[in-house]
Design a protein around this ligand. Structure first.
Ligand SMILES: *[C@@H]1O[C@H](CO)[C@@H](O)[C@H](O)[C@H]1NC(C)=O
Ligand SMILES: *[C@@H]1O[C@H](CO)[C@@H](O)[C@H](O)[C@H]1NC(C)=O
Ligand SMILES: *[C@@H]1O[C@H](CO)[C@@H](O)[C@H](O)[C@H]1NC(C)=O
Ligand SMILES: *[C@@H]1O[C@H](CO)[C@@H](O)[C@H](O)[C@H]1NC(C)=O
Ligand SMILES: *[C@@H]1O[C@H](CO)[C@@H](O)[C@H](O)[C@H]1NC(C)=O
Ligand SMILES: *[C@@H]1O[C@H](CO)[C@@H](O)[C@H](O)[C@H]1NC(C)=O
Ligand SMILES: *[C@@H]1O[C@H](CO)[C@@H](O)[C@H](O)[C@H]1NC(C)=O
Length: 733
C-alpha cells in the first residue's frame, strides 16, 4: 500500500538544517529530537553526523566498506539504508552498538561476497533483536547460503523481508514456514513459483511475486487442507509476469484489496472477473499492459483506485462505458494513453465518478478539453495534465472543482492564461505547475504574471532552470518569465474598459464632426440636393416620363376674360392644338378654390399668368401667382410664363411680382399688329419649350420690367377673400 502513496505527489514541509562541519552531500531533516540524515555521492562514511541520528540514508553513495567504528556512536539509530552503494565488505559486528536498529536496507550491493553476507546476517540476527525490516534485494547470495540465512532469520521477529532477485530458481516447500511474524514478503525471479514455500505465513498481508514468469494468477488454496495459504493477504504484486487474464474462479485471495499487475499481458477483463478474484479489491495497478482491449473491459463497483498508465489505450467514444459501474472511484491515472480528439472521448468519461479526488492525465495527446469534462467533480483535489498539447483553458473547466488543491499543466502549449480562467481557480488551490509552456509575454499575460509573482498559489518547478520562459513576442523570446517586468500601469491602455471608452469617444467625436460639417454647409448641401433633383426632373421630362393633363394653366383676372376667350384660346387651342386649363371652363364645381388652383398648376406643364393691373390688384390673382410660384419652386420647375397685358401701376406692383418678373422672361401684349404677331410666336415657343430648372434659369435673358408712372385705373373687381364661391362663378358676375 505504501507504494501507492508514492504515486501521488505529497508535500512534506520540514525544516532543513545545514550543519557546517558535515560533508557537502548530506541533508538533514530535523523534527524535535529526531534527526534524519540523507547523504548522496559520498565515497566514505560521512563524519559529523549527530550521534542521536534517527535515520541515516547512504543510498547511491560509493562506500566500499562498513565497519563497526563507523556506526558505533549512533546509539539511537533506528533506520539505516545503504542501498546501491557498491559495498564490497561489511564487518559482522558493524551494528553491534546500534541496538535500536529497526530497519536495515542493504539492497543492490551485489559486490558483497555471498559468504560475507551470510556471516553478517547471521551475526545481526543473533545480536540485533530489534531488527524488523530487512531489505536484501539484488544481492549476490548462493542458494545454500540463502537457506542458511533463512535459518538464522527464523530466530528474529522480522515483519518485512525483501528478497527480490536475490536468488534464482524455485523455492523449497516450507521455506518461510517458521517466520510466522512476516507481514511483508517480496520475492522476485524465483521460478517456477512454489507457493508451498509460504505455508504458515498466516499474518502475511503483502506479497510480491514480480518477474516470476507467471502466466496466470496461481491458486492460493492449500492442496492438503483446501484452506487458503495466506488468509491475511490484502496486497499482491504480480508485476512483470506474463499474465493475460484474470482467473475465472476463486484462487483463495478473498481478502485481497490491492493488486498490482504492471507490465503483464492483460487483454480483457470484466467487473465480475475482478469481483471473482476478491469482492474487496479496491486498488488496481494495471500499468503497462499494452494489449488491453479496453472496449471489452469494465470495473466493479468496489474499485476506488485505478492506474492504467502506458497501456496504449486509444480512448474514444466507444469506451465511455468502461467506468460506468466504477462509481466509487477516487483515484484514477490514465497517463500515457491517447484520447480521441472528439468531445465524446473526454467529455463525459469521468461523470460516473463523483468522488474522484486524484486524476492523472499526463502525456495523453490531449489538445482540447471539452467544457463538460470535469463537470461534477466537486471532490477532485489533484489534477495532472502534464505533457499534453493543451493550448487553451476555459473558466468552465474549473467551475465544479471546488476542492482542487494541485493543478499540473506543465509541458503543454499554453501561450496565455487569461483573467477569467485565473479568477475561476477555486480558493482551495494551493499549488500549480505551468512549467514548459510557450508563454506569449504581452499584456494579456498580466493576470498570470500577478499570480506567478507571488500570492496564495505556489508555482512548482520555479527552481528548475528555464522552466518558465517567454516564447513570444520575438524581443522576449527565450527570456525567463521572472525577468518579464510588467505592471498594471504598463497595460492600462490595453484593458477592455479603456478600449471601450476610446472606441465610444471616437464614435461621438466623429458624429459631432459630421453634424458640424452638415450644419456649416447646410445650404451648399441643400443646393447640391436641389441640383440633383432638378437634373433628374429634366431628364425625366426630356424622356417624356412626366405626363400632364394640360399644356398650360391660364390664370387671369375676369377683366381680361374677353381677351382670353377671343384672342388667346382660339389661337392656342384651335390653331396650335395646345390643351389649356381655363378656370371658367375646366374647374370642378364644389371643389375648394385653392385645391382647384393647386390641381390645375400640378396637372399643367406650364402656368400662364395674364398680368394686368386688375390681376395685380386682385387678391385672388395674387394668390394664384403665389401658389404657382410655391408649387413650381417645390417641384423645381421653371414653368411660369408671364404675359404683361399693360404697364402695371406702381401701387399694384407687389414685391412678389417684381421678383417674378426679374426671374422670368415675360411677354408684353401690344396693340401693334406686327408686335402681336411676334407676341404669339414667342408665346407659343415659350409654352412648347421644356420647362427647365429654376436654378438653371439664370441663362434666360431678362428685360428690365417697366412700369408706367400713371397707368389706367384698375378695372379689376376685387374679390372678397372671405367669399367662398368658386372663382369661375364670380368671374361671370
Ligand atoms: C525520519 O524518517 C522517518 C522514516 O522515514 C520518518 O517517519 C520521519 O518522519 C523522518 N523525520 C524527519 C524529521 O524527517
Ligand atoms: C565474523 O566474520 C568472520 C569472517 O569474515 C568470521 O571469521 C568470524 O568468526 C565472525 N565473527 C562473528 C562474531 O561471527
Ligand atoms: C556473485 O558472486 C560470485 C562468487 O561469489 C561471483 O562469481 C559473481 O560474479 C557475483 N555476481 C555478481 C553479479 O556480482
Ligand atoms: C512440495 O510438497 C508437495 C506435496 O505437498 C510435493 O508434491 C512436492 O514435490 C514438494 N516439492 C518440493 C520441492 O519439495
Ligand atoms: C506451521 O505451524 C504449526 C503451528 O502453528 C506447526 O505445527 C507446523 O509444524 C508448521 N508447519 C511447518 C511446515 O513448519
Ligand atoms: C478438498 O476439496 C476437494 C474437492 O474440491 C476434495 O476432493 C478434497 O477431499 C478436499 N480435501 C480436504 C482435506 O478437505
Ligand atoms: C462518495 O463519498 C461519500 C462520502 O465519502 C459517500 O457518502 C458517497 O456514497 C460516495 N458516493 C459514491 C457514488 O461513491
Amino acid at each position: 500500500m505504501a507504494s501507492f502513496t508514492t504515486i501521488w505527489v505529497c508535500f512534506v514541509f520540514t525544516t532543513e538544517l545545514a550543519l557546517p562541519h558535515v560533508e557537502a552531500f548530506c541533508r538533514f531533516k530535523n523534527n524535535h529530537d529526531q534527526i534524519n540524515v540523507t547523504c548522496r555521492k559520498e565515497t566514505k562514511f560521512p563524519s559529523g553526523i549527530p550521534q542521536n541520528a534517527f535515520l541515516i540514508d547512504l543510498s547511491h553513495c560509493k562506500i566500499s566498506s562498513l565497519q563497526r567504528k563507523d556506526l558505533q556512536s549512533f546509539s539511537q539509530l533506528r533506520i539505516f539504508r545503504i542501498a546501491g552503494s557498491q559495498l564490497r565488505t561489511i564487518e559482522n559486528t558493524t551494528f553491534d552498538h546500534n541496538q535500536q536498529l529497526n530497519v536495515l536496507d542493504l539492497s543492490r550491493n551485489s559486490n558483497i561476497n555471498s559468504d560475507t553476507t551470510k556471516t553478517f546476517i547471521c551475526h545481526l540476527a543473533r545480536m540485533n533483536r530489534n531488527v524488523r525490516e530487512l531489505y536484501l534485494s539484488v544481492m549476490n547470495i548462493t542458494t545454500s547460503d540463502f537457506y542458511d540465512i533463512i535459518r538464522c532469520l527464523e530466530k528474529t521477529q522480522l515483519t518485512v523481508l525483501d528478497l527480490s532477485s536475490t536468488i534464482k530458481g524455485s523455492l523449497k516447500n516450507y521455506t518461510f514456514s517458521k517466520m510466522k511474524s512476516l507481514r511483508v514478503l517480496k520475492l522476485g525471479s524465483i521460478y517456477p513459483v512454489n507457493l508451498r514455500a509460504l505455508v504458515n505465513l498466516t499474518l502475511l498481508n503483502t506479497l510480491r511475486l514480480s518477474d516470476t514468469k507467471l502466466e496466470e494468477i496461481p491458486s492460493f488454496y492449500d492442496r492438503d487442507t483446501n484452506a487458503t495459504l495466506l488468509p491475511s493477504l490484502t496486497a499482491l504484486y504480480l508485476d512483470a509476469n506474463y499474465i493475460a487474464r484474470l482467473p475465472s474462479k476463486s484462487v483463495g485471495l478473498d481478502n485481497l484489496e490491492f493488486m498490482s499487475m504492471r507490465s503483464n499481458r492483460l487483454m480483457r477483463f470484466t467487473a465480475s472477473d475482478i469481483s471473482t478474484l476478491s469482492t474487496k479489491l479496491n486498488t488496481l495497478f494495471f500499468n503497462t499492459n499494452k494489449g488491453i482491449h479496453i472496449e471489452e473491459c469494465s470495473f466493479s463497483e468496489s474499485v476506488t483506485r485505478l492506474e492504467l498508465r502506458d497501456c496504449r489505450i486509444a480512448f474514444s467514444r466507444n469506451v465511455r462505458t468502461i467506468f460506468r459501474t466504477a462509481t466509487h472511484m477516487t483515484g484514477l491515472s490514465l497517463t500515457k494513453n491517447t484520447f480521441d480528439q472528439s468531445d465524446d472521448a473526454l467529455g463525459t468519461i469521468f461523470h460516473p465518478m463523483p468522488n474522484l479526488t486524484h486524476l492523472s492525465l499526463e502525456y495523453c495527446s490531449i489538445k482540447h478539453i471539452p467544457d463538460t469534462t470535469f463537470q461534477g467533480l466537486h471532490r477532485l483535489i489533484m489534477l495532472t495534465l502534464r505533457g499534453n498539447r493543451i493550448s487553451k483553458l476555459s473558466s468552465k473547466h474549473f467551475r465544479d472543482l471546488h476542492s482542487l488543491e494541485s493543478l499540473n499543466l506543465a509541458e503543454n502549449k499554453l501561450t496565455m492564461v487569461y483573467e477569467d480562467v485565473i479568477k475561476s481557480f477555486p480558493p482551495s488551490l494551493k499549488a500549480v505547475d505551468f512549467a514548459q509552456n510557450p508563454f506569449v509575454c504581452t499584456c494579456d499575460l498580466l493576470w498570470f504574471m500577478k499570480l506567478f509573482r507571488g500570492g496564495r498559489i505556489v508555482f512548482l518547478e520555479t527552481d528548475t532552470n528555464d522552466a518558465y520562459k517567454c516564447y513570444n513576442p520575438a524581443e522576449m523570446a527565450g527570456k525567463k518569465l521572472t525577468s518579464f517586468e510588467i505592471t498594471d500601469a504598463d497595460c492600462v491602455h490595453m484593458s477592455l474598459g479603456v478600449k471601450l471608452i476610446i472606441m465610444i469617444s471616437g464614435i461621438v467625436c466623429f458624429v459631432a464632426l459630421i453634424t458640424l460639417v452638415v450644419y456649416r454647409f447646410r445650404w451648399y448641401i441643400g443646393y447640391g440636393y436641389f441640383l440633383l433633383r432638378a437634373r433628374r426632373r429634366e431628364a425625366m421630362e426630356v424622356s417624356g416620363q412626366t405626363q400632364y393633363a394640360y399644356d398650360a394653366f391660364v390664370a387671369y383676372n375676369k377683366n381680361d376674360l374677353t381677351w382670353v376667350k377671343d384672342e388667346l384660346l382660339p389661337l392656342l387651342e384651335d390653331e396650335a392644338h395646345l390643351r389649356l386649363c381655363v378656370h371658367d371652363r375646366d374647374w370642378l364645381c364644389g371643389r375648394d378654390v385653392i385645391d382647384n388652383i393647386v390641381q390645375s398648376i400640378e396637372s399643367s406643364r406650364k402656368t400662364l399668368l395674364i398680368v394686368s393691373n386688375a390681376f395685380a390688384a386682385s387678391q385672388w390673382c395674387q394668390l394664384e401667382m403665389t401658389l404657382a410660384q410655391h408649387r413650381l419652386l417645390a417641384e423645381d420647375r421653371n414653368a411660369l410664363v408671364l404675359v404683361l397685358m399693360e404697364p402695371i401701376e406702381r401701387r399694384n406692383v407687389t414685391p412678389r411680382l417684381i421678383l417674378q418678373m426679374r426671374q422670368q422672361t415675360y411677354l408684353e401684349w401690344t396693340d401693334d399688329p406686327v408686335g402681336q404677331k411676334l407676341f404669339w410666336k414667342k408665346l407659343l415657343r415659350s409654352l412648347k419649350k421644356q420647362s427647365g430648372s429654376i436654378v438653371h434659369s439664370s441663362s434666360v435673358d431678362r428685360p428690365k420690367p417697366e412700369f408706367s408712372e400713371d397707368g389706367i385705373e384698375p378695372g379689376c373687381v376685387d374679390v372678397d377673400v372671405s367669399d367662398r364661391t368658386p372663382l369661375s362663378q364670380r368671374a361671370h358676375v
